[in-house]
Design a protein around this ligand. Structure first.
Ligand code: PMV
Length: 343
């Protein structure tokens, strides 16, 4: 029996300049470059075992065997690597999500980044992190960025080979993020569907593309100067512009719920009251994320807890790049899973 094993951890990321729209659906080539912050608090651990004795791929998430539909997504992803190495052994993929279930945060970013690194580790692939990010991209666009820590840019590139992520800054300068959980349900309109519909029907879409480009340049300059307030203002404006493309799609739709609006209002109130810089952003779901200074997180959390149950306000510092785990680390992760405290 020949086995090749790889284990990795990747942290999730939140886009400050959103990726919204594909120019190539099969290759996951984006319409615009994006920039994110990797978060320490949320991550996925994945072990992949290529095994000559397996007769099909197997996928377990949080210890539970997944449906054929879920396995098919993983198999398709593994095929990409196997095309690269010229053979296709079947694999057992085990993932554990350390994303609080209540956070309702998409875990696809950390999931495909962890899987990509675990596969690279198992197959001893000789490729750079940036190159590896072009593989992760084909699992989910946002996972491209989760291979790196801190502030990360996913450059749209000109082809599948150069549409890749690279680190911009380690974000080690009093940066934090709060997640206001207003709804932990799975998103109703998948980002893939939502972005495609907007690209096709929103008259605002060309303006989104044009201004996202300007936002990215301005944001990179703000990061280089460690200018937190400019960084925050661009973050908030960019996110709301993305959501304006959904409201202007035909038929229109939104990821916001009534509670999202209440959460936005609470953030406006609290930052005014405390006179603390704090900026909102939202993704393909109803929860509100707040970019703030790490040193202000405690005060903001306390003030927000007047409006929200404290357990629905989760804080995180910037997170590291994805990394390889040892078998002992993996056993510990599994232990946390069986003890029920992985969430
Ligand atoms: O890559 P996906 O399918 O998870 O899409 C991500 C879309 C947004 O979260 C809205 C923006 C982003 O850049 O992460």
């Amino acid at each position: 029996m020949t086995q090749a094993v790889g284990i990795a951890r990747a942290h999730t990321n939140i886009a400050l300049i959103k990726y919204w729209g594909k120019r190539d659906k099969d290759l996951f080539l984006p319409m615009n470059s994006s920039l994110s912050l990797t978060l320490e608090a949320f991550y996925t651990d994945t072990k992949v075992t290529f095994d000559d004795e397996l007769i099909k791929d197997i996928f377990l998430l949080n210890g539970k065997e997944q449906s054929e539909k879920e396995v098919a997504k993983i198999s398709h992803f593994l095929d990409l690597f196997c095309e690269y190495i010229g053979k296709r052994p079947f694999a057992r993929v085990e993932s554990i999500n350390f994303v609080p279930t209540a956070a309702g945060l998409a875990s696809s970013a950390s999931a495909f980044a962890a899987l990509a690194l675990a596969v690279a580790d198992a197959l001893k692939l000789d490729m750079t992190r940036q190159e590896l990010s072009t593989f992760a991209r084909r699992g989910s666009g946002s996972s491209t960025r989760s291979l790196f820590g801190g502030f990360v840019e996913w450059a749209m590139g000109t082809s599948s080979e150069d549409s890749m992520a690279h680190p911009v800054d380690d974000a080690d300068w009093d940066i934090g993020m709060l997640v206001l959980v207003v709804d932990s349900q799975e998103k109703k309109i998948a980002s893939r569907i939502g972005m495609e519909h907007t690209v096709q029907t929103s008259p605002f879409y060309p303006a989104w593309i044009e201004t996202a480009r300007e936002d990215l340049q301005a944001m990179k300059a703000a990061i280089a100067e460690k200018d937190f307030e400019t960084l925050g203002r661009i973050t908030e404006h960019n996110g709301f512009k993305m959501h304006a493309t959904t409201l202007s799609a035909n038929p229109p739709f939104t990821y916001w719920s009534a509670d999202s609006l209440l959460a936005q209002e609470a953030v406006r109130l609290v930052r005014e009251e405390l006179q603390v810089p704090a900026y909102m952003t939202m993704d393909a779901g109803p929860n509100v994320k707040i970019l703030c200074r790490a040193s202000d997180m405690g005060r903001l959390q306390k003030a927000l807890s007047i409006h929200f149950p404290a357990e629905n306000i989760i804080s995180s510092l910037p997170g590291p790049a994805a990394y390889v785990l040892s078998e002992a680390d993996w056993q510990q992760s599994k232990m946390r899973l069986t003890e029920g405290n992985h969430i």
